[in-house]
Design a binder for this molecule. Structure first.
Ligand SMILES: NC(=O)c1ccc[n+]([C@@H]2O[C@H](COP(=O)([O-])OP(=O)(O)OC[C@H]3O[C@@H](n4cnc5c(N)ncnc54)[C@H](OP(=O)(O)O)[C@@H]3O)[C@@H](O)[C@H]2O)c1
Length: 346
């Protein structure tokens, strides 16, 4: 992957943000159906991510997926300041951030959101998500065998205490919407039963080799927008998130065949499929040429019904972000995090 084009000044082409499809949330708010991820993994530094954000805004991106654990919100915030100084109004942007796992305590939620607002240089967020449904901390950049001694399973009563504070953030005007990430149907069932303010989105892993049809249908049926992370299959993900069984979406013969026919990179086919299927992908790219290709992909010629059928048929049920570092028992398998037998694992 070339990294030749690096600065906003080198981007001569853009997409009119008005052409980008919008998702209408349960509140009536409109969220651009593609966003830029801002997790630089373990190899793209904060400054490079901040430059990518600026370049993306210049080419027409208006939706940005941030998180305190990405450890770059202050630098990304400087880019937002420059973007707005350059004439893009705050209301034209859709900015999400996330509560990290070590800030689930009732007294930590509001200060943590305020810290992200401060770092991002904003008065309000469009979306604030609970990053993981577990309060299980792991040190940044840790290895796959790392476990927190205080790790616990999902405990609904505890999660609701966190959620009540999330609801307060909406009351305080610090965020317009709240949402979840990495949830399962059994956990969402309880949250939807007990929430005063329902999650507007669930951010979840979604790519052609991991389509999660049951959860995807469930959230849509309940008026929750699915935001899809790792839409390209996260080729740059950290070592701790790689196993020998992982498959590669961009090498799938169906994706490659469609890409060749359209003269696009296979990554762009993954992004087009995501938007057309009805999820909101948030691809990361530190390379403006790739970011532009992704944005152009979603406003360009749609995939055919046959392409969509072919991609629907290549689901390999291959979860890439398994979350091993959040496990709470020794010798537990990562499947325990995902309630695969239909009940919450304790
Ligand atoms: N909620 C959660 O728990 C969670 C978990 C994981 C991720 N996320 C969010 O989801 C975002 C996206 O996930 P991700 O970054 O892991 O994976 P991804 O978006 O699937 O993949 C990003 C990688 O794809 C490459 N790429 C992007 N566009 C390309 C193109 N057109 N042609 C060729 N290569 C291309 C990028 O390389 P270049 O930089 O060289 O273009 C980068 O290495 C993250 O940044 C983060 O915001 C959330």
């Amino acid at each position: 992957m070339s990294n030749r084009v690096n600065s906003v000044s080198e981007i001569r082409e853009s997409v009119d943000p008005k052409l980008v499809p919008q998702r209408v949330l349960a509140t009536g708010a409109q969220m651009p159906a593609i966003g830029l991820g801002t997790f630089g993994s373990d190899h793209v530094g904060a400054e490079q991510v901040a430059q990518a954000v600026k370049a993306a805004a210049a080419m027409g991106y208006r939706h940005f997926d941030c998180a305190s654990v990405y450890r770059n919100e202050d630098r990304v915030g400087e880019s937002f300041r420059q973007i707005m100084a350059g004439g893009i109004a705050r209301r034209e942007l859709w900015i999400a951030s996330k509560l990290w796992n070590n800030k689930h305590a009732e007294s930590d939620v509001i200060p943590s959101c305020r810290q992200s607002l401060d770092d991002l240089g904003l008065d309000y967020l469009d979306m604030y998500l609970v990053h993981w449904p577990f309060p299980n901390f792991h040190p940044p950049g840790c290895d796959v065998s790392s476990r927190s001694p205080n790790a616990r399973p999902y405990i609904h009563g505890e999660f609701m205490k966190t959620w009540r504070q999330m609801e307060k953030l909406v009351d305080l005007g610090l965020t317009r919407h709240i949402g979840t990430s990495n949830m399962t149907i059994p956990k969402l069932e309880l949250l939807l039963r007990d929430a005063r303010i329902r999650p507007a989105v669930n951010e979840m892993e979604l790519h052609p080799h991991f389509q999660q049809p049951e959860l995807f249908d469930y959230v849509r049926r309940h008026g929750i927008e699915p935001v899809g992370y790792c839409p390209i299959g996260s080729p740059g993900r950290p070592e701790r998130d790689r196993t020998p069984e992982d498959t590669v979406d961009t090498e799938d013969p169906a994706i490659v065949r469609i890409a060749q026919r359209l003269g696009l990179h296979p990554a762009v086919v993954c992004v087009k499929w995501a938007v057309q299927r009805g999820q909101t992908p948030i691809p990361f790219s530190a390379n403006p040429r790739n970011a532009l290709a992704n944005l152009r992909g979603v406003v360009g010629e749609p995939l055919t019904a046959e392409d969509m059928r072919d991609i629907a048929a290549i689901d390999r049920h291959c979860r890439l972000i398994k979350g091993q570092v959040f496990l709470w028992k020794p010798d537990q398998s990562w499947e325990a995090l995902w309630d695969q037998n239909g009940a919450i694992e304790t």
